[in-house]
Design a protein around this ligand. Structure first.
Ligand code: B1M
Length: 211
């Protein structure tokens, strides 16, 4: 097994310390940091993302894999910055106002980062104007809203309205997700995209950023 395959396998098993060591070893042996990311870390995260989507693994496995991914990515960060590897795009994400659930939002964030997107995490209980102002100030291509409560999902419509009022609706995509929302709700409120899970959210975001 090549060192890149070993990185992928260990990431899938959530062995963060081993992944960190292998990533450093790979870079030290002269493998291009971008190759380590694209052929070691990301394929491992993609496997986990697919398995999660198909209910073959569950939240705890995703969280430990994501932790391993993040530790590996931390090792690569300075090398990638030096090599000038550009982020695919910039996204702001948050759980909407009145809602404190953040496990799903954090998973989406990790998957987005795993796909090379720069993510501004606004946390939980985020007001519509905070999403919109952040998108303007930080030049985000996408606003990602998460909601877990039927009582808070309506805030997503306010985000769409605020983006219209601010005149940025044609410049920013609005993605929504979380247990109570669905495709029909997305259409109803005029958002751009609903995805049922973190892996497909990251895939859709990359597509939007590539234009
Ligand atoms: Co809350 N809670 N909770 N809770 N809680 C639910 C959501 C609930 C369904 C439980 C129930 O009654 N069966 C219910 C909502 C009912 C409803 O609205 N119809 C509920 C309630 C009522 C409440 C309180 C009101 C309880 C109370 O105080 N009386 C309260 C509200 C607090 C508030 O937010 N203001 C509350 C509090 C809490 C805790 C703090 C205890 C805790 C949250 C801890 C935390 O997040 N740090 C909690 C939890 C853990 C849950 C359950 C058990 C699990 C949620 C979760 O994390 N799931 C939940 C019941 C359940 O879902 N079985 C429940 C795992 C997570 C990975 O899934 O977030 O759906 P999820 O994310 C998925 C997808 O939805 C998607 O990707 C993720 C991964 O694939 N996704 C996106 C999410 N965001 C996305 C965005 C995207 C795309 C995809 O694009 C932008």
């Amino acid at each position: 097994m090549s060192i890149l395959e070993e990185i992928s396998e260990n990431l899938q098993h959530g062995k963060a310390k081993v992944v960190k060591e292998l990533v450093q070893q790979a870079v030290d042996s002269g493998i291009d940091p971008e190759t380590v990311l694209k052929e070691g870390l990301l394929p491992g995260m993609n496997v986990i993302g697919e398995k999660f989507k198909n209910n073959e693994v569950y939240v705890p496995e995703v969280l430990v894999a994501a932790r391993a991914m993040n530790m590996g990515a931390q090792v690569l960060k300075p090398y990638l910055e030096k090599a000038g590897v550009k982020a695919v795009g910039r996204v702001c994400i948050g759980t909407v106002q009145g809602d404190l659930h953040d496990i799903g939002k954090n998973l989406v964030k990790m998957m987005l980062e795993g796909k090379g997107l720069e993510v501004i995490d606004l946390g939980v209980d985020v007001a519509p104007e905070t999403f919109v102002n952040t998108a303007i100030e930080q030049n985000c291509q996408i606003i990602c809203c998460s909601a877990l409560l039927t009582t808070t999902m309506g805030v997503m419509e306010d985000v769409v309205k605020k983006a219209e009022e601010a005149g940025i609706r044609d410049k920013v995509k609005i993605m929504i997700g979380g247990a109570p929302v669905d495709e029909a709700f997305c259409k109803k409120i005029g958002a751009d995209c609903y995805t049922p899970d973190a892996a497909s959210a990251a895939d859709a975001a990359v597509e939007f950023c590539r234009g």
